[in-house]
Structure formats: structure tokens, C-alpha cells
Design a protein around this ligand. Structure first.
Ligand SMILES: [Zn+2]
Length: 188
């Protein structure tokens, strides 16, 4: 695996990412490594914080997701194969407040832990790709959920922060174990 994925509760996961101002070959390389890392780990999204860098950059690939969702990218509806995997830099999300949708989420920084999270079903997101080209995306369903989850990471927010108290209480023992493991690994 090209990059190491950090687990809860490594402190980097709580850092707000810096806005990216320089679009250069190093950034393109980093985005490519992020995509490789996400694919290796079998995830549909990965944020820079999860590989130890506090930057406003995440990658998403929903080609293998078995879910229905719709999207408009820059005013068109290109097939997913044309723009995925995609790199999202400096995202600015505008959610449609209603309706909300509740679904189970996982996170590569929380291996084997899954829980239900409520989120707006539809969003608009302004972002740049890894070459600095601006885009406007409207999407819903799993696509919107995935981007909201990743954009949260870029601001130091984790899916456990958005879980209902009951859901969180059930996950508490697993989260505590994971914290311990992460701390023990940091000491080695
Ligand atoms: Zn995550």
C-alpha cells in the first residue's frame, strides 16, 4: 500500500485541513497515491488527514458502489467512468437541508466499525480538481453522503461526531479498543 492510513484517534484526524493554493506535479502525484491507497483498502473515499496530511483534499470512487444516486457535473451528466476516481480540492458544500437520509457508514480510519449517520440527501459542491480546474457538482444519495463524510474529515470532523447518542453508545467499546491500539502503535 503506497500510503499508510491512520486510525482513530490519531490527532491528525482532528486537524482542519489547509486550503490548497499550489497546483503542481507534486499535488497530482499525491492525489494519485491517495487513489491507490483508497483502492487497496477497498474504500469509496479517502481524505488527506487519513494519510497524515492536514489538507483540503479528498478522493472518491463510486464505480463499484451498488447504490442508486444521481449527479450533474458542470451542467452535464457524464458517465461515472469518465470522471472517477475523482479528486476534490478545497470543497465548499451547500446541502439542501431537507430531506435527511439515515444510512450506515464505515470509515477507513475505523476498521470494522459501522454506524448509522443522518445527513442531507442532496448537496451542491464547488471544488477544484488536482490540476486546479474548478467544478460544480450536484448529487444525492450515496454520492452526496460520501462527499459529506470526506469533507467532514477535511475539517477534523468524524462520523462518530454525527451519530445519534444511542448508536454511539453501542460502538463505545469498539471505539475505546481502537483508541488503545492506535496509542500502543504510536509508542512502538
Ligand atoms: Zn472516513
Amino acid at each position: 500500500m503506497p500510503l499508510q492510513i491512520v486510525h482513530y484517534d490519531d490527532p491528525i484526524l482532528r486537524k482542519k485541513g489547509e486550503k490548497i493554493k499550489t497546483f503542481d506535479p507534486a499535488l497530482v502525484r499525491f492525489a494519485t497515491e491517495m487513489v491507490e491507497t483508497m483502492h487497496e483498502a477497498g474504500g469509496i473515499g479517502l481524505a488527506a488527514q487519513q494519510v497524515g496530511r492536514a489538507l483540503q483534499l479528498c478522493v472518491v470512487d463510486l464505480r463499484s458502489a451498488h447504490a442508486e444516486f444521481s449527479w450533474r457535473l458542470d451542467g452535464a451528466q457524464p458517465p461515472l467512468e469518465l470522471f472517477m476516481p475523482m479528486t476534490i480540492v478545497n470543497p465548499e458544500i451547500t446541502p439542501e437541508p431537507l430531506p435527511e437520509d439515515i444510512a450506515e457508514e464505515g470509515c477507513l480510519s475505523f476498521p470494522d466499525i459501522r454506524g448509522e449517520v443522518a445527513r442531507p440527501e442532496t448537496i451542491a459542491v464547488k471544488f477544484k480538481d488536482e490540476r486546479g480546474t474548478p467544478h460544480l457538482l450536484h448529487c444525492d444519495g450515496l454520492f452526496a453522503r460520501c462527499i459529506q463524510h470526506e469533507a467532514d474529515h477535511l475539517n477534523g470532523v468524524l462520523f462518530i461526531d454525527r451519530m445519534d447518542k444511542k448508536v454511539l453508545a453501542e460502538l463505545e467499546p469498539a471505539n475505546r479498543d481502537l483508541k488503545k491500539q492506535t496509542r500502543a502503535a504510536a509508542k512502538d
